[in-house]
Design a protein around this ligand. Structure first.
Ligand SMILES: *Cc1c(COP(=O)(O)O)cnc(C)c1O
Length: 404
């Protein structure tokens, strides 16, 4: 049974106070909190196993290597990749996207087309713009409607045999929209284009199945799903990972080096130059285990209740407008109060111990679409409670009185 009070005991940070009030942490879309099961693994690693991996014959090095590779296996199983070597451990979503964009620089030519969506995070826009500058490829955008949904009819029209790549997030971090990636992938494949899905916002909510999706690349960051910062996953289909050139040169990614020629190591090491975030990778595996122990179905059902309750209560406030009303969405609520700047609301909420995000959420094109400078964003995780939603609603009302 899902017992939120018991789950909250796993998160030491949820016991702390902020500005003399109990912390109400509603900025989960920016980063999630870390349970003691993951913190313990980090402490254990540096207390007992710290060594460089894949190199030493000594015991510590072998133990660290085994733990790191075991974590890769856990991640592979969770995302149902066909092979463990299709899981590249990166520094996070941004790193994964740049790795793929850099690789495609050698595969694209002038006039080729690549498609992004109107709902993207800056990290899934800027690398592709840089790629277009380098190659002469053309960037097209799938437009969105007022509800914050991508318009699939327009997507169909953008696709042609010139399309080489499509990049879309699984869930929008700014609005919470769940995008129809199954459809997007199927349609792209019909014209022979590859698809990269940014799963950073989906990974804490949805257990994505790489083989069922038939996706070409899927990237995410461990810190969005109860893991540490500075580590993440790039899933790539084996054939694509063979086709792409390495991103960084260095140790670990080579088979043989002479001054005349270097041959690259096999997958996944070809893309893992240098000493990786060993502890982070191991803790990432622990985070995946932790979330699976709670269960994604239970998480989803519970978060949905929170979303519906919060939406209903917030909409009772006069002059409050929610941006992003897609039929399919996760527990993210972006909103504004008429005549009040989001930053001012966020500052007052912080004084009450409530952590929300304010601003453009690294998605300026969405804010431009709605013609607003930004929003207040409350994003809920499975360890949040209905009484925290109440605290938010009370806080917003107070802020409105003070600022209105
Ligand atoms: C958080 C996030 C990113 C960026 O992740 P980093 O860990 O900063 O690399 C990219 N896309 C989406 C949708 C996100 O939510």
């Amino acid at each position: 049974m899902f017992n939120v009070e018991k789950i909250r005991q796993d998160f030491p940070i949820l016991q702390r106070q902020v500005n003399g009030k109990p912390l109400v942490y509603l900025d989960n879309a920016a980063t999630s909190q870390t349970p003691k099961q993951v913190i313990d693994v980090i402490v254990d690693y540096y207390s007992n196993f710290n060594a460089n991996i894949h190199r030493g014959v000594h015991t510590l090095s072998q133990e660290a290597t085994d733990k790191y590779e075991a974590a890769r296996h856990t991640i592979k199983t969770h995302f149902n990749a066909k092979h463990a070597h299709e899981i590249i451990l990166t520094a996070g979503t941004t790193h994964g996207i740049n790795l793929v964009a850099n690789g495609f620089a050698s595969l694209l030519k002038k006039e080729d087309e690549i498609i992004v969506s109107a709902l993207e995070h800056h990290s899934n826009i800027v690398p592709w713009q840089m790629l277009c500058e380098k190659t002469g490829a053309i960037l097209k955008v799938i437009p969105m409607n007022m509800a914050g949904e991508l318009i699939m009819d327009d997507y169909d029209k953008l696709l042609s045999d010139k399309t080489k790549l499509v990049f879309v997030n699984h869930i929008s971090n700014a609005l919470g929209t769940i995008n129809p990636i199954e459809y997007i992938i199927k349609k792209a494949h019909q014209v022979g284009a590859a698809v990269l899905v940014d799963g950073a916002q989906a990974c804490p909510h949805i257990k994505a199945d790489m083989q069922a999706l038939d996706v070409d690349f899927y990237v995410l960051s461990a810190h969005k799903m109860c893991g540490p910062t500075g580590v993440g996953m790039l899933y790539g289909k084996e054939a694509w990972l063979h086709k792409l050139p390495p991103y960084q040169g260095g140790g670990e990614m080579i088979a043989e080096v002479t001054f005349e020629k270097t041959t690259y190591a096999d997958l996944p090491h070809k893309f893992e130059a240098g000493t990786p975030n060993i502890c982070g990778g191991i803790a990432f595996g622990a985070a995946v285990d932790y979330m699976n122990n709670i269960g994604f179905e239970a998480i989803n059902t519970y978060e949905h209740e929170l979303l519906e309750y919060a939406t209903q209560e917030l909409l009772k406030i006069d002059g409050l407008k929610i941006y992003g009303t897609a039929k399919n969405k996760t527990s993210v609520i972006s909103f504004n109060l008429e005549g009040i700047h989001p930053y001012d609301i966020g500052t007052l909420l912080d004084k009450m111990g409530i952590a929300v995000r304010t601003g453009h959420h690294c998605a300026q094109p969405i804010m431009n679409f709605y013609n607003i400078p930004g929003t207040v964003r409350a994003s809920f995780a499975f360890y949040n409670t209905k009484s925290e939603v109440d605290a938010l609603v009370t806080g917003v009302k107070k802020a409105q009185l003070m600022l209105g």
